[in-house]
Design a protein around this ligand. Structure first.
Ligand code: SAH
Ligand code: DHB
Ligand code: MG
Length: 225
């Protein structure tokens, strides 16, 4: 398989499963117009977030890494009335674009975007916890640190999803001097060794290449897998 065919299949899945989505298309156009990098999740991956969040009936969601709010829209769409999503973003200009995109999506009331470095904002979220679903998608060098905070802000039954954990296979490069590779590898060590987690990862290919998600259930039970 080649990257071209992966993208072709993503197009097919979008047509068959997702259909035209003016809200998400407008968000991508607004992101591009504002000069944001096109590193959002793909449409099919965004639907995975909607499905996972809906499956667990999430009412409180935390996202780390907003960009223009594409994944935020996908997650917030699963919320019932009165649900709440808090998303953390380092770059104020990105947060502004995201707020406009969420407003156009009719989700502005449910979503709060907080601006700053995630590791500085996360300690202030204790009063909003526990979150039912936590989506980790900010600076990959800090992936393991975000996982630590996600656990503090979760409860048994919470789902933790982390993006970009495969990165073209680079995750297996134990000697890599790329801090993002090492950050993701530290996250996997924690995912595999923490007795309160039942975790896996799925590799993905598609229009944005070869990457993957880690998905972990907080079991809160040392003996359960
Ligand atoms: N979740 C988005 C993509 C996020 S891209 C989507 O799929 O649509 C990663 C984002 O994390 C970028 O917007 C970047 O500015 C932000 N980021 C990077 N380092 C950060 C940090 N230390 N704290 C908070 N956000 C950070
Ligand atoms: C990058 C960040 C992402 O969240 C992503 O999905 C793809 C790439 C990046 O920083 O390059
Ligand atoms: Mg990502």
């Amino acid at each position: 398989m080649t990257g071209g065919r992966w993208a072709e299949v993503d197009g097919y899945l979008e047509r068959e499963l997702l259909g035209a989505d003016a809200v998400l298309e407008q968000a991508l156009a607004a992101n591009a117009a504002a000069g944001l990098p096109a590193i959002d999740v793909t449409a099919a991956q965004g639907r995975l977030l909607t499905v996972l969040s809906g499956a667990i009936g999430a009412t409180r969601i935390l996202e780390i890494g907003t960009l223009g709010g594409y994944s935020t829209i996908c997650l917030a769409r699963s919320l019932p009335p009165g649900g709440r999503l808090i998303s953390l973003e380092l770059v104020p200009a990105y947060a502004e674009v995201a707020r406009r995109n969420l407003g156009r999506a009719g989700l502005g009331e449910l979503v709060e975007i907080r601006v700053g470095a995630a590791l500085e904002l996360l300690p202030g979220l204790a009063g909003e916890a526990p979150f039912d679903l936590i989506f980790i998608d900010a600076d990959k060098a800090e992936h393991a640190d975000y996982l630590g905070w996600a656990l503090r802000l979760a409860r048994p039954g919470s789902l933790i999803v982390a993006d970009n954990v495969i990165r073209g296979g680079s995750v297996t490069e134990a000697d890599s001097d790329d801090p993002r590779v090492q950050g993701v590898r530290r996250m996997f060590e924690r995912l595999g060794s923490d007795p309160q987690l039942s975790a896996t990862a799925i590799q993905t290919v598609g229009s944005k290449g070869w990457d993957g998600f880690a998905i972990a259930l907080v079991t809160g039970d040392r003996n359960r897998r």
